[in-house]
Design a binder for this molecule. Structure first.
Ligand code: MN
Length: 129
């Protein structure tokens, strides 16, 4: 039988300043299969992850606001509600609110594998046109 759980009932955990710039709130919305997590991540104005990679694939499904994703060495990708960005395994990248977003951006992060955190995103990279 299908189960419904209301959005406001998912506990919010604040992202660590060791891994994120700015205010980020993470809601674990459940596993879809062994090893795959489904997180709703909300980035307030100016917030974004540090560089990182996952040993498995990651799918980012954008829900609200304007966001950005960048794979190392590639042009930045801008994303809005309804857009889906696929991150290949073992690929350095970051994601977060678009620098011009004045409220917040939220996405679902559907992820498998282990996560390795790297260095903060340089300001010039974050705000690149
Ligand atoms: Mn990621």
């Amino acid at each position: 039988m299908a189960q419904a759980k209301r959005g406001e009932d998912f506990e919010k955990t604040k992202g660590s300043p060791d891994n994120f710039t700015g205010n980020v709130f993470i809601q674990n919305t459940g596993k879809v299969e062994e090893g795959a997590t489904v997180l709703r991540v909300t980035f307030e104005k100016g917030a974004h992850t540090f560089w990182h990679k996952h040993t498995g694939r990651q799918v980012l499904y954008f829900l609200e606001g304007k966001g950005r994703v960048q794979l190392r060495g590639q042009e930045v990708i801008n994303a809005v509600s309804g857009d889906v960005v696929q991150i290949p395994p073992n690929t350095d990248h970051w994601h977060g609110a678009h620098p011009e977003e004045t409220d917040h951006m939220s996405h679902l992060a559907i992820t498998s594998g282990e996560l390795t955190w790297e260095e903060p995103v340089a300001d010039g990279e974050y705000t690149a046109k």
